[in-house]
Design a protein. Sequence first.
Length: 144
Amino acid sequence: MTTALKDLLSDIFEHDSWKYNLLRNWNRIMGPLCQKVRIEKILDDTLVLGVINASWMQELYLLSSVIIKTINKNLDKPRIKKIRFTKIGRVKRSSSSKTKTQPNNFQRKICLTPRQKNALEPIKDQELRNALEQFLKRCYGEQK
């Protein structure tokens, strides 16, 4: 016997159906911002939101009163009074909005210039010299 996840969640959130509705409608409530922020926790009247980077966290913090009003407008009654933010990794986009990229199976060989080799020459510690060389190659490779 299989049960849809949606049905299981509605059973779990039976006494807190507003939380279920908030989770279910999050993308519609936040609109395009749902790619930058996601719900991490719902604690009574506080919502903990995960944000992809510090600059978005600052922007959303400044808009927190507007976000609270928007969220509460979409609930049966005003339930959220505070929002806290935490930094997370990238929010995964839905498969429809994500462009599929092919993995880069080949590694371009990056050669150091004679000037770069001469700059690394005086470094006596071989491990440090190799680490700096790899770092330089990685930086040079990302610029291309």
